[in-house]
Each structure stands twice: as C-alpha cells, then as structure tokens.
Design a protein around this ligand. Sequence first.
Ligand code: SAM
Length: 385
Amino acid sequence: MAPKGDNVVVSNMKLENMFCMKGGKGEASYANNSQAQALHARSMLHLLEETLDGIQLKPAGFPFVMADLGCSSGSNTIYIVDTIIKHMIKRYEAMGYEPPEFSAFFSDLPSNDFNTLFQLLPPIANYGGSMEECLVANKHRSYFAAGVPGSFYKRLFPARSIDVFHSAFSLHWLSQVPESVLDKRTTAYNKGRVFIHGASENTANAYRKQFQTDLAGFLRSRAQEMKRGGSMFLVCLGRTSVDPTDQGGAGRLFGTHFQDAWDDLVQEDLISSETRDNFNIPVYAPSLQDFKEVVEADGSFAINKLEVFKGGSPLVVNRRDDAAEVGRALANSCRSVAGVLVDAHIGDGLSEELFLRVERRGVRHAKELIEQLQFFHIVASLSLA
Ligand SMILES: C[S@@+](CC[C@H](N)C(=O)[O-])C[C@H]1O[C@@H](n2cnc3c(N)ncnc32)[C@H](O)[C@@H]1O
C-alpha cells in the first residue's frame, strides 16, 4: 500500500496486489455495507437453484466441491455456500443417494481480509456424526472450508476439480484501468473524469476491450478447472443501455456525486487536476450483448441462461426520507468498495475529505438518489460446451 499522500497511478501498480473491499468490521467496511448485495442475491436464488439443478450428481465417494470467486470479507459468501449445500443435499436425497462430503473454497485477491471472513465462519460440525446431524446442528457448517488467494482472471484450481463455481458482484471489476485511459498521449485519455460514465467513445472502447480480455481470461481458466457435468453461476453489475458511456447504476454511483467530489478537491486546491485524472475506477458494467460476445468467442461454455436482472438500490437505509442517512449510506457504499483504491491514490487524509464531500452531496440529492439509484445485474448460468 502506498504511503500517505503518495500519488499512485492505479494501472501502473499491480491492482491485484492491493485491491480489495474495505476490510474489518468498521462503519465503512464491506462486512457492514453489503446488505444491498445480500438482498439482491436473495432475489436471484431461484436462478441459482436452476443452475444447481443442472449439475450432474457424482457417484458416492466423490466430494462435492464448490468455489465462490470474489467472496470478499462479509457474510454474504457464507450464506451462498450454505444455500448451495442445502440445495444439493436435497437433490441427493431426492434421488435416494447418501449426500457426499462438501468442500468450499472462498477465493479472492490476496489483499482481501480473509481473517475477518474466517472469523465469521461457524465452526465445523462434528464429522463423527451423520450428515443429517450436521445439517440440523444450527450454527455449524457442514463443509470443509479453505481460502484461495489469487485473481479469478487466472488459474486458481487444479484441472477438473470444481463442481460449481459461483461469483456475485465481482466480475465487473477489471484487472486494471486500461493503460490508455491514463495516458495523456492517447485519444482514450479520460481527462477530467474518474470513470467511464459520460466519457468519450475512445475511453469507452478501451474499457470495453479490457473487459473482453479479462472475461476471456476468466472463462479460459474456469473451462479447465470445472468438472464435466459442473456448472457456473455468475452475477455482475450490468447495464441496459447499448452505449457503454451510460453505465446505469454503476454510472450513478461513480460518475455523478463521487465524480463531483473529486472535482471539489481540485477546485479547493487540495489536489491537482492531474492527480484526479490519474485516478479511474476499474469497473465496467457490461450489456447483455457485451457479455454474450465474449462467452461465444471463447466457445468453452454453453449458455443455459443469460439475462439482465433488476437488482434494486445499493443504498440500504432505515428511513428513506432521512437525507443525512441517505448521504452517509452513499459515502459508505462508495467507500466500502473503492476506498482502498482512493486511499492508495491520495492518502488517508485526503480520502477522508473526498468521502466527506460525497456524503454532503448525497445529503443534498437524497430524494433523487433514493428514487433513481438502481442496479441492474447480468446473470449467467453456464456449463461446459
Ligand atoms: C462487491 S465484492 C462482492 C463480494 C461477495 N461476492 C458478495 O456477494 O457480497 C467484489 C469482490 O470481488 C473481488 N475481486 C475483484 N477483482 C478480483 C479478481 N481479479 N480476482 C478475485 N477477486 C476479485 C474484490 O476483492 C471483492 O472482494
């Protein structure tokens, strides 16, 4: 991590060595700001279950292995793993088979706060008992758990070792900000902006190309790692517009008040305009077509389902008419996912100033935020072609 106040150009650093959601359990941590993702994931459970129904059950003696990619450090991943196991047990039992042993890999970048995640894991049930005993034992887990550090854009597991891959709200994070976007000498230079939303066509093309390269790397790796008869369930931020410079909900989150807060810092002479321009959010919310093109060009996976799903607001508040709460929720929501990048770029002190301005702007625009900030997700269910 860069020392305080250092101006680090994010694409020149190995993003995968420093990027993560805000760890720990503090106010702006991901663990405390992922209720929206939890709600959105629950609204898509029927789609996850459809994917699980497509998995071929293996004969007795083989463990069932799952991996959650981009698991982060909150409890959402634990809920999903539990849900997958419960559903698979039901399937085994419906067929009259003894359920197998389960193994779950929690995978994320090495800088992820795995310690916080592991502390949230319930203790393993006593494996001396039967599977039924494990399942009814509340607050116990009925699977073996392990953390796997690494980028999902590369290989993470041995060949043909995983029955089901799950990844939620992660694949819109690019492996890096496209280099040309931060290079003054190119037409893709994103002058004055910190995100693709509202940017030029050339900037948008650079972001789209990075998304294509990254997703292709993801699919290539998973195609080798997935067992025959396995399945993959993917959810990432998406957009309904064909125009990539309209990033929908992601655009509203990073391209409006967050953008304006960077401009505030420039206008108040707290940072130079160049410092702002050297920062860009490495997120790309694809359209259905963007996503489909990459899957089809790769050719390793058959598409069982691919749709845009209305996810809802990223802001979870107790009182929708409480502007102060809405402003705080906006700042915490931005900070929990992008705070680590901002801290590395301008240091903790200026980062504090930035998110204070996001909050103030959020307070002023609370009504509009509550009414208009909506996420759409791309949901994909894939199996080996
Ligand atoms: C918004 S969190 C989603 C967490 C969790 N899946 C959930 O549903 O709450 C996105 C996660 O993706 C991870 N991530 C981003 N790029 C990644 C990459 N290249 N490889 C692995 N994980 C990545 C981030 O570190 C972060 O933990």
